[in-house]
Design a binder for this molecule. Sequence first.
Ligand SMILES: CC(=O)CC(=O)SCCNC(=O)CCNC(=O)[C@H](O)C(C)(C)COP(=O)(O)OP(=O)(O)OC[C@H]1O[C@@H](n2cnc3c(N)ncnc32)[C@H](O)[C@@H]1OP(=O)(O)O
Ligand SMILES: NC(=O)C1=CN([C@@H]2O[C@H](COP(=O)(O)OP(=O)(O)OC[C@H]3O[C@@H](n4cnc5c(N)ncnc54)[C@H](O)[C@@H]3O)[C@@H](O)[C@H]2O)C=CC1
Length: 279
Amino acid sequence: MKICILGAGTMGSGIAQVFAQKGHEVVLRDIKEEFTTKGYLFIDKTLEKMVMKERMTTNEKNEIMDRITPTVDIGMARDCDLVIEAAVENINIKKKIFAELDKICNKNTILATNTSSLSITEIAVATERPDKVIGMHFFNPAPVMQLVEIIKGLSTSEHTFEIIKELAKSLGKTEVEVEEAPGFVVNRMLIPMINEAVGILADGVSGAEDIDNAMKLGANHPLGPLALGDLIGLDVCLFIMEILESEYCDPKYRPHPLLRKMVRGNRLGKKTGKGFFEY
Ligand SMILES: CC(=O)CC(=O)SCCNC(=O)CCNC(=O)[C@H](O)C(C)(C)COP(=O)(O)OP(=O)(O)OC[C@H]1O[C@@H](n2cnc3c(N)ncnc32)[C@H](O)[C@@H]1OP(=O)(O)O
Ligand SMILES: NC(=O)C1=CN([C@@H]2O[C@H](COP(=O)(O)OP(=O)(O)OC[C@H]3O[C@@H](n4cnc5c(N)ncnc54)[C@H](O)[C@@H]3O)[C@@H](O)[C@H]2O)C=CC1
């Protein structure tokens, strides 16, 4: 299969790696060459670690890298069987991307989004193929995390759902079927938990390391909530809280002011080198 991934950031690069490792041809598209290069080099570095651990040979690594074509040309989506959009969590940007893809891509191409919280139905109406628009939500880091949430919008066809379900399985992932709702299943629980940890820190109840240790040792979480926020990206966490708040009109989803402050200060976590912790 030939896959186009839009966005070479945290998720796009990980998803590209997953597909290329399973033998698919991948076009990795971003808006600037520096972003595609960064994503491509991140994959190279991750695979190099696997070579060092003797999980693959240098030859195998090179073959995987050869299957990935970084580009800024969205026209390269033209002959792809599937497009997975992993650009910023902004409904207007996603609708614009999908409207453009709808014009460029073959009429049978499935257009999937990796959105964390947005409406598949709203993204789908920007196209003339709403039956072929679906949520394929990978988790971070995509090469490691087992789950893919498959989200159906109002018009997503059963046929599209079945194709994506089988594809997720063939990637070695486990899927859960989700009817569209803000934040789907995982993020509706996970992101408010991270937001609450930010509140605990802001209230001075405990320090960042202690909050994280408390959840690691007291709830067996592999990462504490603040380090997890840093891994996801605090901007992404804020986008998701804003969507939950505006869609449910429920103040329990209010983003904590400290979360906003961190984002305003470009302390986004791992991707900018500094969040609640330093990297
Ligand atoms: C926001 C959304 O819309 C949805 C989301 O994604 S929410 C976020 C969901 N993700 C989580 O909850 C992650 C929770 N954390 C974890 O599971 C673990 O901390 C972790 C897998 C990220 C790292 O595990 P760790 O034991 O702390 O560190 P580490 O030993 O470095 O890594 C474990 C393995 O993962 C691999 N790994 C870590 N990061 C990786 C990456 N970015 N790409 C590929 N492999 C990676 C490591 O190479 C290592 O592999 P081996 O065990 O085979 O040697
Ligand atoms: N960070 C996370 O843990 C997770 C994020 N997601 C979702 O995945 C999507 C991407 O998130 P991240 O990778 O974290 O963001 P990121 O900020 O790391 O990367 C986004 C990339 O998209 C690029 N981009 C912007 N407009 C574009 C366009 N028109 N075409 C192609 N590329 C474009 C940006 O230049 C940037 O490189 C978001 O919708 C997010 O909600 C989903 C699961 C987990």
